[in-house]
Ligand binder design. Sequence first.
Ligand code: UD1
Ligand code: UDP
Length: 358
Amino acid sequence: MKILTVVGARPQFIKASALSSALGAVPGIQEVLVHTGQHYDANMSDVFFEELGIPAPAYHLGIGSATHGVQTGEMLGAIEKVIQEERPDWLLVYGDTNSTVAGALAASKLHVPVAHVEAGLRSFNKKMPEEINRILTDHVSDALFVPTSSAAEHLRREGIFGPQVHLVGDVMYDVALNMAERARERSPVLGDLGLTEGGYILSTVHRAENTDQPERLRAIIEGLRAVTRQTPVVLPLHPRTKRIALEMGLEFGDIRVVAPVGYLDMVRLEQGAALIATDSGGVQKEAYFYRVPCVTLRDETEWTELLEAGWNTLLTPASAEQVEGGIVSRLGQRGQDVALYGTGDAARQILQVLRGPA
Ligand code: UD1
Ligand code: UDP
């Protein structure tokens, strides 16, 4: 059996690593990895292949950055060619990026079954490019792997239910369980940055709804600057945010701005943080995996169970004062000790479904 996996953006390399190692161990299954090139800087792409032991992609499409239409369109054409050449039994995609929807659409038009990992997530905000990507991908998928029962419920309300929907937990939890010890032992990042365990706040910002609205980005950066008066703040800066912040002339003050970090360093920074302030989907969940309180710098989140369990709070970045106040007031507060995302064997369960009945 041949599985064509399409990845392209940072979080997809991390998610794909769980299944790629499981697939590699099964005789009779061949995974052909396609990298669209959506993320291309070494610290947004190569570092994850190296650290997570992901095999080099068989195809690198080199699409790169562009407007949504151009980027997705170029991916669609290039993936179609690969599918025609490889004739896979499944096309596998992760999450909600332009690489995800391009892969799903190319395959479904060629009648190749689509498997979507992290199906059923919804923000109910169609202004987000990710929401469009998720809805479209789910509606052309033949196997939908949902991380939570609420994701399955979202699908049911859109008319997608039955044996093609599989509740398997979250592949990111599989990865977190594998990486936790390794990061503690191997990452020197806390020492390198002069940070102490529990003595700093970690932040990441990259969502279009924050970077593309100058007043929101200004509120976040100025709010984080204000927080540094009492606690150090570390900000591994996404290239999109860096570019826009520079264009806006924003000053980072005492915020410890660093380039995007590799996965071991990121996990170590998450584990050691007193609090995480982020607009990332993956980082919200990792905060909970490492039992660190999180403030989500958005108006809504797809991962609502984190709010209910008390590990996460939403914070609309309307002003620097609100951002500072929201972060400072959350310090030291913990959530409930509940298991939200399965048992850490999502990859094994997905593999079983794709292989079909023994
Ligand atoms: C994309 C996904 C988003 C995901 C994020 C993970 C879409 C629509 N968005 O957003 O859902 O949360 O990845 O990080 O698919 N850039 C570089 N170097 C790189 C990659 C990007 O400099 O290696 C810069 C370019 O200026 C580019 C910008 O970042 O225009 C945005 O990149 P893009 O992949 O379009 O969107 P992300 O914001 O990364
Ligand atoms: N991440 C990383 N280095 C960084 C920032 C993030 O390794 O400098 C990891 C993070 O731990 C998580 C994933 O990238 O696993 C999240 O990706 P991102 O925030 O870019 O996208 P999202 O999850 O919001 O789609």
